[in-house]
Write a protein that binds this ligand. Structure first.
Ligand code: SF4
Length: 456
């Protein structure tokens, strides 16, 4: 994806392992792709909370060994990309509060669809918000309901509603929970005599923890008194809506999320794309790095060589949208360099995982032609993105989505491609045995739940 939407954070919790803060900080490095705006760790030691947070990358926030100064064998951590609330230190997580049952800290991934109504309801009863981030609602709701037992906390989570995957820290207890739809991922692992919960399993690999299983939608895992137990706070048979874009783009290719390894899933989607949209071509080129796995699958299924026709510069920061065609082309060249010797005289199938604004894809097509490619055939390993996300992914406005109100031919012509093919919704959901358990709202417009459906 050349112009990505941003994900809304990564979370980690560790229970029962000495030096928890250093391990949490280490595992946050592996989740850095989920948020680069701020990072933080909170631990609990002898009933006292210790916290360090800062703006920027994990490597900057914990550059001077700050994690080693946070004592305790239990703690939580967070990397943030803001989808609700400003990008500033006040909103950096974990959030820490004190209520009738002592201190509590929270790290949250997702966007609360009922945030506006809940903020109003809580504010009307006297809540004084410290941040403008929706995540703070959990702490106020806990305080207002004086929730402490598993049942009580389950009721709070139900009242707040999706979308969340979160870790909650109390003085001697760690709780990891996912909303009943399961929009965002959360997995459970084992480290020495303790336990780890994280957004993705790549966080476990970083610290030598073993993957145990996915935490189920509507499940709360409670680690206390040296053990972990599980509790469901939603009725059995509740519909699930895991975010399909996690598998298509967000999650690291080497993670395990939703029972799948994204790299292998993306390869499968590339094979399905080749079957749906073959092209008369000489080579397959991935838009790096996001399109690589799908391009491998496409090339394999099409019987075409996969070539490195584009090289990505990893040292360029966040892409910016420069006005004008020339400036945009220069911006694209900063991030992606075309390998002339590879593409000259070739008919190229250009593969990416998804297409959101399309701001740089047309410039990439031009660059390939300028470098001597005879034809450029764009293939996208998911359906046209026509609707924004309300569950924790920061999308551009509906009107800024390339596929909004455009036909396929209009998109092709807008991007100056020789041909264009998107993997169909049936094609991508057909890759699962249980396709109904995924959210597809940004393509289908069928939102699994909206704000007014949450009873407050
Ligand atoms: S709308 Fe799209 S990005 Fe948002 S949760 Fe659903 S599949 Fe994921």
């Amino acid at each position: 994806m050349t112009d990505h939407p941003r994900d809304a954070c990564g979370v980690v919790g560790i229970y029962g392992v000495d030096g928890a803060a250093s391990l949490i900080a280490l595992s946050l490095h592996a989740l850095q792709h989920r948020g680069q705006e701020s990072a933080g760790v909170v631990t609990s030691c002898d009933g006292v909370f210790h916290c360090h947070k800062g703006m920027g990358l994990v490597s900057a926030v914990f550059a001077r060994g700050e994690a080693e100064n946070l004592p305790g064998a239990i703690g939580i951590g967070h990397v943030r990309y803001s989808t609700a609330g400003g990008s500033n230190l006040v909103n950096a997580q974990p959030l820490v509060g004190r209520y009738i049952h002592g201190q509590a800290a929270l790290a949250h991934n997702g966007t609360l669809i009922a945030a506006k109504r809940l903020t109003y309801t809580l504010g009307a009863t006297g809540a004084f918000f410290q941040t403008d981030a929706d995540s703070e609602i959990f702490l106020h709701q806990l305080a207002q309901e004086q929730a402490s037992t598993e049942d009580e906390i389950g009721q709070v989570l139900t009242r707040v509603g999706p979308a969340f995957s979160l870790v909650l820290l109390f003085a001697d207890r760690l709780i990891a929970a996912r909303d009943p739809y399961g929009f965002r991922p959360l997995v459970l692992g084992k480290l020495r005599d303790g336990y780890v919960a994280a957004s993705e399993s790549c966080a476990f690999d970083q610290i030598g923890a073993a993957f145990l299983r996915e935490i189920e939608p509507g499940e709360m895992v409670i680690c206390s008194s040296g053990a972990c137990r599980s509790f469901f706070f939603c009725p059995p048979g509740h519909p699930h809506a895991r975010c399909l874009l996690e598998l298509i783009y967000f999650a690291r290719p080497d993670s395990l999320v939703f029972g799948e390894m994204p790299h292998l899933f993306r390869q499968r989607s590339g094979r399905a794309l080749a079957a749906e949209h073959p092209a008369e071509a000489d080579i397959v080129v991935a838009i790096p790095d996001s399109g690589m796995s799908a391009a491998m699958g496409y090339a394999e299924a099409a019987g075409l060589p996969l070539e490195r026709g584009l090289i990505r510069n990893h040292y360029v920061g966040r892409s910016f949208i420069a006005p004008g065609q020339e400036a945009r082309a220069a911006a694209v060249r900063m991030k992606h360099n075309v390998v002339r010797e590879v593409v000259r005289g070739k008919r190229v199938v250009l593969v990416d995982d998804s297409l959101i604004r399309g701001t740089t894809t047309d410039a990439l097509g031009r660059e390939l032609r300028n470098a001597g490619a005879r034809e450029v055939h764009l293939r996208i390993a998911c359906p046209p993105t026509r609707h924004p996300c309300v569950y924790g992914v920061n999308f551009p406005r509906r009107e800024e989505l390339l596929a909004h109100n455009r036909s396929l031919e209009e998109i092709r012509s807008h991007l100056h491609m020789d041909s264009l093919g998107y993997l169909s919704l049936e094609g991508i959901t057909g890759l699962f045995s249980e396709s109904s358990s995924f959210c597809t709202a940004c393509w289908s417009g069928r939102y699994p739940i909206l704000d007014e459906e949450i009873p407050l």
